[in-house]
Ligand binder design. Structure first.
Ligand code: DC
Length: 230
């Protein structure tokens, strides 16, 4: 089968990364979580006093973008890639509620998007990649051979995020998470640069009533169909 590029876009917390990671492992592709990259930029801004009560210091962040080094390294225990910021594993920190609260406004900044899209294109230039995010099929790889747009109801997505945080032992409230999911959808879909929308040639997957194994099987079937055609 030919190496292809797989773009998985969609709303927040709808299980994109779980299905993308599982498929990557199964078919030996590289998985890139682009949301983790925007989260790492957000964490950098928080750690360096560029996010305060007054909001984001955009000029300060623009000046310091060159210092932000984001890499991924396979975690032998989980079999999945962890996100590193400046050589330090930040996989846990970037999933905190505080980062989730600031990441959408950070992802609206043109200079942040430009830097991340450049990095993503470099990471995927050799094909054989599965990238998940919001603008992969529309902006980063508009020529991707397989594009999937994933969605699920806000209640289902909030419950999944809640269960994830509870399993990690992090205190959280389902109401706060639901509000965050809805607010991120609003910001992601209405921002001026690269708003979240379905690419014309993407296949829609509403997984509100699907189990993880069902989604996995569905995605594998799509991959086999497209890679065999190519
Ligand atoms: O997938 P996630 O929830 O970890 O993404 C975090 C935020 O990053 C989300 O609010 C939207 C933004 N994002 C983006 O704008 N473009 C991407 N390609 C990926 C994520």
């Amino acid at each position: 089968m030919k190496l292809i590029t797989i773009a998985i876009d969609g709303h927040s917390s709808c299980g994109k990364s779980t299905m993308a990671k599982d498929l990557a492992r199964e078919i030996g592709y590289i998985y890139i979580d682009t949301g983790a990259m925007y989260r790492a930029v957000t964490l950098f801004a928080m750690q360096n006093g560029l996010i305060t009560d007054k909001g984001i210091d955009e000029d300060g962040l623009r000046r310091r973008m060159g210092e932000i080094m984001i890499t991924f390294q396979l975690n032998e225990q989980t079999g999945r890639p962890d996100t590193y910021l400046g050589g330090v594993c930040v996989e846990r920190e970037i999933r905190s509620m505080e980062v989730s609260k600031w990441v959408s406004p950070i992802a609206t900044l043109g200079f942040v998007r430009e830097a991340m899209v450049g990095l993503q294109r470099l990471m995927g230039e050799a094909k054989g990649v599965i990238m998940d995010g919001r603008d992969i099929g529309t902006v980063v790889f508009p020529n991707a051979e397989l594009k999937v747009f994933v969605t699920a109801s806000a209640d289902v997505r909030a419950r999944r995020r809640y269960d994830e945080l509870v399993a990690k032992g992090e205190p959280c409230s389902l109401d706060d998470i639901r509000a965050n999911v809805i607010e991120r959808d609003r910001i992601d879909s209405t921002r001026a640069i690269s708003p979240l929308h379905k690419a014309d040639d993407a296949i829609v997957l509403d997984n509100s009533n699907m189990t993880i194994p069902e989604q996995k099987a569905w995605l594998l079937e799509q991959y086999r169909r497209v890679a065999a055609e190519e």
